[in-house]
Design a protein around this ligand. Structure first.
Ligand SMILES: [Zn+2]
Length: 294
């Protein structure tokens, strides 16, 4: 396959540290820690590990690990990759600030079709609201923080909402993160069970698996054209969420090296060949041993 995602603009920001804080509405938010420093990076550089880290958290949710353990894993994920950018991923366009209102894709996080832009942005700033005001399609946003201004300059070609999601006071609710990670894991588990059971289950049961897989709907990232040496198609993700979602979909459906769950340790891995069942020789040996005992 030619790599259709060869050209991407996938720069994202992670802070050096994140923490959980409970907002007035009683909800827990993950956001940059007080003195943490932001740093841009390219999520596509270490794409396999990014997908695996996301799948790992999803499986923890799927297997109902304790909330404490899941929160610690989400925090570690954020320290490595940043927050997901849910604010820009849910609306029908990442440039929603340029419109009068925000319109949403169908999703489980914001269960409404449309919302006032300022109200929507406020959801993601539970402790200190940005100095942002909107009148019709016009908007004003002020920031005095030196570091924030530097980020605005760095990402001046990107939608304003994306840059806002790099601000120190931007946070994401535990329930939202859990919903996104769980969806990814659900799809991965469905694919795994389907592979294991395909030959011995009746058609009706297999149809349930197929429906489960079809329930996965990705928002499509946008793209633009650039004149480099030749006209070049460049993908814009505008959020880590869309970036991971697309990488996840591509890896899961990869014919040669698909994303799978190890039949022994139940952890996600990228298979060396399509019919691999174990993440490592050690897991294969262990499985044989345990089977021999039975
Ligand atoms: Zn394993």
């Amino acid at each position: 396959m030619t790599n259709i995602f060869e050209h991407t603009r996938a720069s994202w920001v992670r802070y050096s540290d994140y923490e959980w804080r409970t907002a007035e509405n009683g909800k827990d938010y993950l956001l940059p820690a007080k003195d943490a420093q932001p740093k841009p990076y390219d999520p596509m550089e270490d794409a396999d590990n990014l997908v695996l880290a996301a799948a790992d958290i999803g499986l923890m949710l799927f297997h109902k690990n304790s909330e404490k353990a899941i929160k610690a894993a989400m925090q570690a994920f954020a320290c490595k990759y940043g927050l997901l950018g849910i604010m820009t991923a849910m609306p029908t366009t990442a440039k929603f600030i340029e419109y009068e209102k925000v319109y949403f894709h169908k999703n489980q996080i914001i269960p409404t079709e449309t919302m006032d832009t300022e109200d929507y942005i406020s959801l993601f700033f539970p402790f200190r609201k940005p100095d942002f005001h909107k009148k019709g399609v016009e908007s004003v946003w002020n920031t005095n923080d030196r570091m924030e201004i530097a980020l605005v300059m760095t990402y001046k070609m990107e939608p304003q909402a994306m840059v806002m999601s790099f601000m120190r006071d931007y946070g994401e609710q535990y329930d939202w993160l859990a919903s996104v990670f769980r969806d990814w894991a659900f799809t991965l588990v469905t694919a795994t069970l389907y592979e294991i059971d395909r030959d011995r289950l009746d058609d009706m049961t297999l149809e349930i698996y197929r429906k489960g897989m079809a329930a996965f709907e990705g928002n499509t990232p946008t793209y633009h054209l650039e004149l480099r040496e030749y006209p070049t198609l460049v993908w814009d993700f505008h959020s880590l969420l869309l970036n991971v979602q697309l990488l996840f979909s591509m890896t899961l459906t990869d014919e040669k090296n698909p994303l799978k769950i190890c039949h022994q340790c139940q952890r996600p891995f990228i298979a060396g060949k399509a019919d691999a069942e174990y993440c490592s020789p050690a897991c294969r040996e262990q499985h044989k041993k345990e089977k021999g005992k039975k």
